[in-house]
Design a protein around this ligand. Structure first.
Ligand SMILES: Cc1cc2nc3c(=O)[nH]c(=O)nc-3n(C[C@H](O)[C@H](O)[C@H](O)COP(=O)(O)OP(=O)(O)OC[C@H]3O[C@@H](n4cnc5c(N)ncnc54)[C@H](O)[C@@H]3O)c2cc1C
Length: 523
């Protein structure tokens, strides 16, 4: 077997790159160890027949707003890609019964803010107005190839358009912790908590520098555009990409684990599958794996560049995640307000201090007493995912230790996820019950995936790290995945690394795959 480009892993970055290269006339072969393509974007009936659960990623806003979608959206729509838009995006109730939520309709959001603080309501409006001017430059930065020259170009353009004061303010935003940014801008604890929860989707607890950017961007982008999920399931985007790739002559082989990369004379010439099959690559081997797996498992003796190999082995993963999927007879009856039923995401984390404690506990190996829960109510937006009148709940539990050393609540004694998982899922359901009494009685079936299960089902989710490696500043931008290697090349000629561990990082935005494919195809 021989292809121009041979891919290791069928994550969405590989599929996006494959679609572009195939469209440009390259022959493309993608080899995936799992039984289905898509990696961390996968939809299955894991509880009961007729209940379609997004097992991992569900919020497809990054994909809908991506450069890849801008260029291929129409083509993919013809192959079945469809989104379900959410008007009511995300909300946080607190145990006191107060709450804040962001709806696409600005007046609804502002009215909720005003009920908490008139000053915050005014600040929300001005922040949104400023976002209109900030967004083109911030998205240019996040969508730019990561080289000093490209950064200088983006910076120069921003400075010419916006001036020195804006550059300084933006540098502060890029380096601020969520707490510093939120305390400076809002006085309501509820608004601060609602926004800070987005930092915890990555590995930014409230006090980590560099963590303010994502809460700011997600909040303002959702206010401006709303959120989207896949119509019928997140796999709509995977199915459409695979169909387009195959229509362009590309091949996706599943149940095909890659065991080795063949590199002779300093050049990657192909791969060897676990069953011994050799596949030659005429132009490129493109790995969508974690950096340590690249140098330690796939290459015999690393890349030959000691600095790169050391950096790849030192690549840090963030804390783990657990998924709890519920099939239910009804949406939770949120005590704070009935309106919460209409929101796509309900975050349960009452304040910044509890998030900080949870993160510190997880990093110290403790099961947090009060983890942050992201309760996804997909069927409030897309009822097609469950039988009529019934619902799915998607609960992402942030943040958890990969290896358990104890329980911050002192109740769970097991230190192995295979034993602790169900007990911890009970804690999760108990927390929801506190905010929405009688939710337990509505549960028809439950499926859990612990951090260990996540890694077993996708080797890229190391220790259950859902974001593909820490996004702290010291491992992001020019430093991702290894300082000096942020443009998806490796020291081995014709061997490239893409995926969440590489610039621009985790999420369903197809950024690394499309950036590399355009570089290889010359546009
Ligand atoms: C629980 C969870 C919730 C998330 N929620 C969201 C969300 O709502 N929105 C969002 O934007 N992002 C979300 N993310 C993050 C996002 O899903 C990922 O960052 C993104 O999908 C990663 O894509 P990727 O292309 O890097 O590769 P992956 O999706 O990690 O896929 C890599 C593929 O490579 C395969 N592979 C690895 N090694 C080999 C090998 N040796 N041989 C063959 N195949 C191999 C794996 O099996 C896998 O299929 C979430 C992630 C998780 C885990």
């Amino acid at each position: 077997m021989e292809f121009d480009a041979v891919f290791i892993g069928a994550g969405h970055n590989a599929l996006a790159a494959g679609v572009h290269l195939a469209t440009k006339g390259w022959s493309v072969g993608i080899f995936e160890c799992n039984e289905t393509p898509g990696g961390a974007i996968r939809t299955e009936e894991v509880t009961l027949p007729g209940f379609r659960h997004d097992l991992y990623a569900t919020n497809l806003g990054l994909f809908a707003g991506s450069a890849f979608h801008a260029d291929y959206g129409e083509t993919l729509a013809k192959r079945g890609l469809a989104f379900a838009p959410a008007e009511h995006c995300f909300a946080t109730p607190t145990p006191s019964g107060r709450w804040f939520g962001v709806s696409k309709d600005l007046e609804q959001t502002v009215a909720r803010a005003a009920a908490l603080s008139e000053a915050d309501a005014a600040r929300w409006r001005t922040m949104l107005a400023e976002f209109g001017g900030d967004a083109p430059h911030l998205f240019a930065l996040l969508g730019s190839p990561m080289s000093a020259r490209a950064l200088a170009r983006v910076g120069w353009k921003a400075w010419r358009d916006k001036g020195t004061a804006w550059m300084l303010d933006t540098a502060r935003l890029l380096t601020a912790s969520p707490r510093a940014f939120l305390q400076e801008n809002f006085e309501s604890e509820e608004i601060r908590a609602t926004m800070a929860a987005w930092g915890m989707h990555l590995d930014f607890s409230p006090d980590i520098g560099g963590g303010a950017l994502f809460p700011y961007l997600e909040s303002m982008a959702d206010q401006s555009f709303g959120m989207v999920i896949g119509q019928g399931g997140a796999d709509t985007m995977i199915n459409a990409m695979v169909a387009e790739l195959e229509a362009q002559g590309g091949t996706v082989r599943t149940n095909a684990a890659v065991a080795k990369i063949e590199a002779s004379g300093g050049r990657a010439s192909g791969i060897v599958l676990a069953d011994g099959t050799r596949v030659s690559a005429k132009k490129a081997v493109i790995a969508g794996v974690m950096p340590a797996a690249l140098v330690d498992s796939l290459l015999d003796g690393g890349t030959g560049n000691a600095r790169y190999d050391r950096g790849a082995r030192a690549f840090r993963h963030g804390p783990g995640t657990m998924m709890v999927h519920l099939a239910t007879s009804g949406l939770p009856d949120w005590a704070a307000n009935e309106d919460l039923k209409r929101f796509l995401y309900v975050h349960l984390a009452p304040d910044l201090d509890s998030m900080a404690r949870t993160y510190t506990d997880a990093m110290a190996g403790l099961l947090p007493a009060e983890p942050l829960l992201v309760v996804g109510q997909q069927t409030a937006v897309d009822p097609s995912r469950a039988p009529e009148g019934q619902h799915t709940l998607w609960i992402q539990v942030r943040t958890l230790p990969a290896t358990i050393r104890g329980d911050a609540a002192g109740l769970i004694t097991a230190t192995d996820w295979s034993e602790a998982g169900e007990a911890y899922a009970d804690r999760v359901v108990d927390i929801i019950e506190r905010y929405a009494p009688s939710t337990k009685a509505k549960i028809l079936a439950r499926h859990i995936e612990t951090p260990a299960d996540l890694e077993r089902r996708n080797p890229n989710l190391v220790g259950g790290d859902s974001a593909g490696g820490s996004h702290h500043i010291s491992q992001h931008f020019l430093f991702r995945p290894v300082p000096g290697w942020a443009r998806h090349k490796t020291p081995v000629k014709d061997l490239y690394l893409i995926g969440a561990a590489t610039w621009p990082g985790g999420g369903a935005g197809a950024g690394s795959g499309y950036m590399l494919a355009r570089a290889l195809a010359g546009g």
